[in-house]
Design a protein around this ligand. Sequence first.
Ligand SMILES: [Zn+2]
Ligand SMILES: [Zn+2]
Length: 289
Amino acid sequence: MNRTRTTPPRPVDIAAVFPALAPLARPAVRLHPRSGSPTVHDSSIGGPLLWPAQQPWLYCRIAHEWPHPLVPVAQLYARDIPLLRPPGRTDLLQVLWCPSEHDPDSRIPIEVSWRTAADVTDVLAMPPEPFDADEDLYVPEPCVLAPEQVTEYPDFLELPEELKEQIKDPALWRAAGIVVDEAYPQELYNNALSHAPGWKIGGWAPWGLTDPVPRFCVACGTAMTPLLTIASSEWHRYSTSWVPYEDRVPGASDDSWSNPPEITVLDANHLQLYACPASGGHPHTDLVQ
Ligand SMILES: [Zn+2]
Ligand SMILES: [Zn+2]
């Protein structure tokens, strides 16, 4: 089965119009989760994890009467996503979270770990079921992935001031022969030319609900960069330029098709895990936005 997903080229080579953007280009890998039956040996969203039989499962003990088992969110093999920089000899990223309800002010309990796939010889056959199957907003449907690398630029809100001024200036777009909304040229930039919507590794963060907040590694002080973006959908009405060619069939580009994992990050559009670019072994942090 051909699972390839291909993002159309951006409508404008934005770094050619605003050369100061060029050094801010970052690679991102769009994961393109689609319903399927991944195994423990596949990269997946919501699929079974390659988990050692002898290692205890992870449980959430925050504000639950009984410990609630965490559920798999993502399992990503470095062979499928070279952009992952696994620490040491590890080659597999596993992300789990607690799907149950928590105090809205507290963070979603999320666990991120790296392991070495070859070390797992005896795989756990029966991981625990989610505590409450009703909590399905946060239990991802099993999806296989079609990783695709793209180039991203920062969200408009995260740009240096002088670039913001340039991108807000319709005269510069006009001079390059590009048709934009004269009142808000930055909308074309944000919706179609900067960062890709949907689940992804690396790249730039989507901002909007909050102003950009730099995050610094607690181990070394380096500014952290996005590791994994968990999204409530892969496209919206205003970001249809990012719909892969393969999904441009009648009905497929509707909003209802844009969220195969069926995850809804409540009160936000994204949940992001940040990693330290200096070392994959430094602690991760998360941010809902
Ligand atoms: Zn919990
Ligand atoms: Zn660090």
